[in-house]
Design a protein around this ligand. Structure first.
Ligand SMILES: C[S@@+](CC[C@H](N)C(=O)[O-])C[C@H]1O[C@@H](n2cnc3c(N)ncnc32)[C@H](O)[C@@H]1O
Length: 304
């Protein structure tokens, strides 16, 4: 039985227009292997409901009447395979998404947690924003961590990864339209952004330097090291249960004892023995300290 369970499984998926889709997904394996051959991306771990919804959008965009026609279309227009992939990945994000979570971290979690790290002479805080899309999530983390870590002599390094090179290119620029800044608390907007053209804003270099972007496929690649804080929001919901379980295993392994794991608001899990639920409302978990692991970081492994 699955050790992990997303509460969102209980939500019935949004109804989709079945007119354009085959009743059975007979042609899906053909489509997915074609996509993999052309883009290198394996879409099989994504849920059928996600695949169907995204396929429907691509059928509409390309004017294909059914999946068979769409497969032929891709054979003649290989760029469409990349469009399918990007469309499947759903890059929706925003600064301070679910603002209450960020306020909770800032006010209720970080003060004590960072004090503890500082009292152990920790100088480096390793954060991983997984599936970071166009950067709003790791930059929001940088904003709420900057002052509290500076005050305690800790240097935060935020690794932000995504499988999509397209969104990472936007993320690295750190340039946003005014309306994209609307969720950012005024104080942060004023000190961390400057207007480079009318209505176009850029995050300041000091915060940009805290975030390192890297292309990484969470499903296919090794985890990129050990972390004190992992933020994995709004990605698990798109995966099949087996893929979720595989991902969560990896994520928990790469979290140090005492480290925090933040999931999306509808991604509550029944953790196994190594995690403790800190806040059900905000889907925040903490890895228990392993008895043999007194340090916040485990001993360094050879090559990362
Ligand atoms: C809905 S966005 C969530 C963005 C951000 N975490 C948030 O909550 O606002 C999901 C992101 O996960 C990324 N993603 C999906 N599958 C992935 C994978 N296998 N490895 C890494 N990133 C993936 C997508 O490209 C997309 O940018």
């Amino acid at each position: 039985m699955n050790q992990f369970f997303l509460s969102s499984f209980n939500n019935s998926p949004r109804r989709i227009d079945q007119k354009l889709l085959p009743r059975k997904l007979n042609h899906f394996p053909t489509l997915l292997s074609l996509i993999q051959r052309l883009t290198g991306f394996d879409a099989r771990p994504y849920r059928d409901s996600t695949l169907k919804r995204r396929l429907e959008l691509r059928l509409q965009a390309t004017g294909c009447r059914n999946i068979q026609e769409y497969i032929n279309y891709i054979r003649n227009n290989q760029e469409e395979a990349f469009n399918f992939k990007e469309n499947l990945l759903i890059h929706v994000t925003s600064f301070f998404r679910d603002r209450a979570v960020f306020t909770f971290l800032e006010r209720k979690v970080f003060p004590d947690w960072l004090d503890k790290l500082a009292s152990r002479q920790r100088r480096l805080l390793r954060v991983w924003s997984v599936g970071c899309a166009s950067g709003e999530e790791p930059y929001s983390l940088a904003m709420i961590l900057h002052q509290p870590t500076l005050k305690r002599g800790i240097h935060p390094v935020i690794l932000a990864t995504d499988v999509s090179p397209r969104v990472l290119a936007k993320a690295r620029e750190a340039i946003f339209r005014q309306r994209e800044l609307r969720n950012i608390p005024k104080f942060y907007r004023q000190i961390y952004f400057s207007e480079i053209k009318p209505g176009i804003w850029r995050l300041c270099p000091e915060l940009r330097r805290l975030v390192i972007f890297r292309q990484h496929d969470l499903l296919q690649e090794e985890v990129p090291g050990f972390f004190d804080f992992i933020v994995l929001r709004n990605l698990l919901i798109f995966l099949r249960p087996e893929a979720q379980e595989q991902v969560l295993r990896k994520i928990i392994q790469s979290l140090v004892g005492g480290g925090l794991l933040l999931l999306g608001n509808s991604e509550r899990i029944n953790p196994n023995g190594s995690l403790e639920l800190l806040s059900a409302r905000h889907c925040l978990y903490q890895k228990r300290q392993a008895s043999s692991q007194g340090e916040v970081f485990p001993p360094k492994r050879g090559k990362k």
